[in-house]
Ligand binder design. Sequence first.
Ligand code: ADP
Ligand code: MG
Ligand code: MG
Length: 879
Amino acid sequence: AGETQTYLYDMSEGNAQMRGLLGGKGANLAQMKRLGIPVPDGFTVSTAACIATTEAGGEWPEGLWEDVLASLARLEERTGRTLGGERPLLLSVRSGAVVSMPGMMDTILNLGIGEDTVEALGAEADNPRFAWDSYRRFLQMYGEVVEGVAPHAYEDELTALKARRGVEQDTDLRTEDLQELVQTYLEVSRRELGRDLPTDPRDQLRGAISAVFNSWDTPRARVYRRANGIPDDLGTAVNVMQMVFGNRGDTSATGVCFTRNPSTGAKELYGEFLVNAQGEDVVAGIRTPKPLGEMEEVLPEAYAQLVQTMHDLEAHYKDMQDIEFTVEDGTLYLLQTRNGKRTAAAALRVARDLVEEGVLTREEALQRVEPGQLDQLLHPAIDPEHGRSPVTKGLPASPGAAVGEVVFDADTAAARGGAGEPVVLVRYETTPDDIHGVIVAQGVLTAHGGMTSHAAVVARGMGKPCVAGASGIRINTADRTLTIGEHTFAEGDLITLDGSTGEVYGEALELVPPQINEDFEAIVTWADEVRRLGVRANADTGEDAAKARELGAEGIGLCRTEHMFMASDRLPAVRQMILAETEEDRAAALETILPMQQEDFEAIFTAMRGLPVTVRLLDPPLHEFLPDLVEQSLLVQRLELTDGDPAELTTARALLGQVKRLHEQNPMLGTRGCRLAMLYPEIPEMQTRAIIRAALAVREREGETAGVEIMVPLVAYASELRAQRAVVERAVAEELESAGAELDVTVGTMIELPRAAVVADQIAQHADFFSFGTNDLTQTGIGISRDDAEGGFLSAYVSEEVIPHNPFESIDRDGVGGLVRLGAEGGRAAKPDLKLGVCGEHGGDPASIGLFEELGLSYVSCSPYRVPIARFAAARAVL
Ligand code: ADP
Ligand code: MG
Ligand code: MG
C-alpha cells in the first residue's frame, strides 16, 4: 500500500498503552498476550482505518483490504489453518471502541464456516453437532449484523423447531435438527434479502469489518456516547481473532466474571458461566447461567487457572476487572478484560481496599473514582429490590428518593410538611414563590422544565429529590387531582420519586439510607491532602451552614441575604422598605428588618466559627418582593367596581402606583445588585450594621466568631464598588466604635457581568477579593436568560449538538471560562494576591472545577450537599 499509514496490527505488536489506535479491547488483548495469558491469536484493524472509512462515506482507504489479507495470511501461517480451507480457520470479528461502550456495537462470530468447511470442522472436533451449531449461529449473526435481517426472522424459526421437537433448550437439538435449521436459515436469508448470503469467507470478512465500522455510527451508539460524554470522532477498532469454542461439548463453556462485586465492591467471586455455550448465550437469558463457583466441580483445572488469571489481571491493571472467558475442551482462553463498571459505593470500596492491599497509592486510588458518581451516595435511595414498575418518567433532575403524599401547592406543602407529614410537591413548574413548600417537601415533581429549571436547581441545592419535566402527568387544578396514564391520584395519595432515574411510582416504596460510609470519609480525606483549591459552601441559614461544615466546607463562599427577606414574617417590612416614598419611612422599615437580619447572621456565624463567611449584600430582582402588576391592577379594579372599603382601595392604589413605577421590562437586567444599593445606600448600611453586630455578639457568646467578608453584587463599574465600599466601611467603623471593639472585615465584589471581567484591574483597586458569580456571568456573558431558555432553544441546542452541554450545568470553557480567566488575570495584575473564588452551580461541577484549578483560583463554593464532591473533584483536578 506504499504511502498509506499502518492500519493493521498483529496482536503481538500491541500493548495496553495503544488503546487510542487499537481500541480498549484490542489493546488489552495484546497486553494479555504479552503477560502470557492464553488469548486466541489475531490482528486488529485500527481506529484510524474506521475514521478514514467514515470520512470517505463508507469507502475503505486504499490498501486497507490488501493489508487485511496480508494480516490474515500471517494468522493462517501462525495457526496452521486457512480461512475456508480443509483445516478451517474460524474467526470472530469484534468491535472495540477506545472508551468501552458495552453492547452498543457489533460482533460476528464463527466467520469462515460454510458448506465446504462444516464437515471438516465436525470431523476434526469429532463432534458434528458442534460444527452445525456454529454454522447456524454464524448465519443468524451475519444475516442480522451485516445484512440487516430482522432478528426475529431467524429466532422465530428456532423457536418453531424447538416446539416441533418438544424441547426447551437449544442444547437439546440434535445434529439433524441443526442441519435442518441451517437450511431454513439459508432460506430465510434468501427470502428477506432477495438473494443468497455471500459464501466466500473473504467476502464475508470484508462485509463483517465494514459492518463493525458502521456500527460506530448507529443511533444507539450516538445516544450512548452523548450520555457518557464520549467524543463522536474516535472511531472503533476491529479485532479479528481465531475462534475458540465454548460449544464443543460438556468440557467446553463460556462465561463472564468480575474480580470484585461491582455493586458493593466486596472482594469475592462474582460471575456466571454456561457449559456447552457460545458468546452471547450467557447474557441473552435463553438458558440461565450458573454461578461461577460451580465451575470448580465441572471444570476444575480451567477454574483454578481462571481464578489465578483473575488475580493476575487485577494485579497488573491495579483495578477491578470485568472479564470474558471461554473454555474449549478443558482449555481456558481469555477473550476480554477491562476495568469493570461499578456503583459509586463499589468504586469507593474498591479504591480503598486496593490502597490497603498495597496495590495503589492514595493518589492513584483517587483517580479510580468518578467525582460525578459520588452524588449517588448522598441521598436516601429506593431499595433496589422493590420490583415495581414506574407509572411515568421525567428528567432525573436531583438524585435521591422521595416518598410522600401528593400536594398541589406550596402553602399546603408548607402547612402539612411543616407539621412533619411527608409530602411530595407536584406542580406544573415551580417559581421562587414555592420555596417554602419545597423546603419542607420530601421531593418535587414537575410537569414542565428541565435539568436547570428552578425546581431542579433549588432541589439540588437542598439535596432534595426532584423529577422535572414529567410531561406524562396531568395536573387538574380544579378538582385537585393528578392523572398519570390511567391512574388518578387525589391530594394525600402516596407516590414515590426516584430523582436518580426520573421514575415516578404510584405507591410508597421502601427507602434505604444514604451511604455516607467509612469508605467515603476515607477517600474524601485523602482528597483533602491532595487538592489545592479551597472548598466552601453556599448557605443562607444556620442550619445549612452547619450541614456544610459537617460535610467539610471550609467556610461560606456565598450567603445570599435576599432569601432572608423572603420569609413571610419579613416580607411586609421589606415591601414597606421598597415602597417607602420618604427617607424616614424607609429608615423605619429598615429598623424593623435589622434585628431580623442580625439574628440570621448570628446563626450562620455561630455555625461557621473560625471560618470565613462571605455575605453578599442584597441582590434583589425587586419584582420578586412585590405583587404582580396585572394582579394588582385587577385588585384595584375589583375594589373600584364593588365599592369596597375605601381605605383598602387607597392602599391598593398606592401599591399599584409603586408597582408601576418600579416595573421593569427586563428585571434581570434592571435594578439589581449594587444598583439598588447605589440608589438607597441605607440598605447596605443597615445590612452592614446587622453583620457587624452579629459577628460581635457571636464572639461575645462563643469566644470566637466567623471571618467577615462583605461582598457587593452585580458590579459593572469600579466607581460602584468604590462608592459601596465607602458606605460599608463607614458603617463598620461606626459599629465598631460604638461597641468599642475591633474586627477584621474585608470587602470584595462579585464578578458576574462581562464588563466587570474586562475592567477587573480597575475594580480590583477597591476589592479585597473577587467571587465569580458564574450563573449570572453565563446568563449575561452568553446572553441566555436562565429562567426562560430551559426547554426551549437551549435544550434543542444540546440535543442537536450545536453546543456540547448546558452551560448552566457545566461551564462554557471557551466563552464564560474566558471571561473568568480575563477577570482573574485583570484582578491579579492589579493585586497579585487577590483572593479569587467561584460561587454558583459550577462550583460543584467536576468539569468546571477542572477549569478553576487551571486558572489557579483560590476556592470554589457550592451547595452544602455538593461539598464532598467538590473536595474530591478539586483533588482530581490536580492529579
Ligand atoms: P461486546 O463488546 O458486545 O461484549 P465482544 O466482541 O466482546 O462484544 O463479543 C461478544 C462475545 O463473543 C464475547 O463475550 C465472547 O463470548 C464471544 N467471542 C468473541 N470473540 C470470540 C472468540 N475469538 N472465540 C470465541 N468467542 C468469542
Ligand atoms: Mg465483550
Ligand atoms: Mg448574581
